[in-house]
Design a protein around this ligand. Sequence first.
Ligand SMILES: O=C(O)C1=C[C@@H](OP(=O)(O)O)[C@@H](O)[C@H](O)C1
Ligand SMILES: C=C(OP(=O)(O)O)C(=O)O
Length: 419
Amino acid sequence: MRDFPDVLAVSPSRGPLDAVVRPPGSKSITNRALLCAALAPGTSTLSGVLFADDTRAMLGAIAALGATVDADPAAARVTVTGIDLRAGTSDAVVDARQSGTTARFVLPVAAARPGRTVVDGAPQLRARPFGPVLDALRDLGGEVSAEDFLPATVRGPLPGGPVQVSGHISSQFLSGLLLAGPLMTDGLAVEVTSPLVSVPYVEMTKAVMAAFGVTVDGLRVAPGSYRATDYAVEPDASAASYLLAAAAVAGGTVTVQGLGTGSLQGDVRFADVLAEMGAHVLRTADSLTVSVDGPLTGVDVDMADISDTAQTLAAVAVFADSPTRVRGIGFIRRKETDRLAAIVTELRRAGIDATEDDDGFTIRPGQPRPTRFATYDDHRMAMSLSLLGLRVPGIEIAGPGCVTKTYPEFFEDLDRLLF
Ligand SMILES: O=C(O)C1=C[C@@H](OP(=O)(O)O)[C@@H](O)[C@H](O)C1
Ligand SMILES: C=C(OP(=O)(O)O)C(=O)O
């Protein structure tokens, strides 16, 4: 485990960047692949795996459910021997820590086991919504102890069938149900009853399930089994947003390796937003490059599909030559923190004219003053606000250790961009 100081001072860049980087594996793909591997009888080897708090949560969860896990963090590799969970009658306890994906994907899978499973998490996760997935599991025939929040105890088996779930709070409820679909006696047919946010993550769910031998037809899944396979996880595109944004803030060029044109991650589209602001973007089969050689222009953009990069954009917007308005992301008030309030509060602390809107925020460019930023135990606050320090001396990040949720090496990688 890394040691983090209570407060971290960000080093300003000494000129335009010229860097090639490979961020760690995708959190979202790692957690899907780990769960699919745990449900696939036989042995699967996953490479490019992210080792961070959120994926340690999933590793712990699949072990608690009966999979055998052999992890090699130095090689970014995990070997999983999966089981047919429908035979799992023992009681299990899952600690999802701060990980939304772990809790919301594991609940439906655990609810398909005849044994009883308690799913709980850290106080931050206990404050986040779970009602839509808990209601759906009850409607599908499971025993469910809780209404809206963790901890929840679930017990199957799950008969399955048609079910409704809302889409406007989180796509993770839908992804979790789909992942558990093959374990349900009658399979699953989901109807989404409100506008779906974070849509690319549902496509990612289907793609990873397909790699493990399960087909999702629309939002229908037939009963069946996952198939063990070897799987290579892409680098994390949300993590890459900070590295690409560094080129936007400091000028110069950053190339992210491993995020090519075939990426499963919607967050690669963050580069398109930078392109709209005036950055040059080059995509190849295996890389994504952003170059910036002058001031960027503000944008008016809906980020409902790529909301994990909204705070990154807020940091870039500070240095643009006109205001930026981000829309469509009211739901990020219910993530690790109220992200709309948090980013606006912190930018204002630095003297920037930022305002909160119902569904997003507006940033008017300015010169930030030296500031110690609060991070609200939100990794994306810490990583986004660090970007200001590339351009402004005297930027400090309080509680930088929160980056361990998805990107433990973030500050080392940021420093590496500068040399
Ligand atoms: O399915 C996933 O892997 C994720 C979906 C998104 O959440 P919501 O669907 O709650 O927006 C995203 O913010 C989160 O970091 C990861
Ligand atoms: C919202 C996030 O994570 P999760 O919902 O998986 O906890 C995130 O990583 O920004």
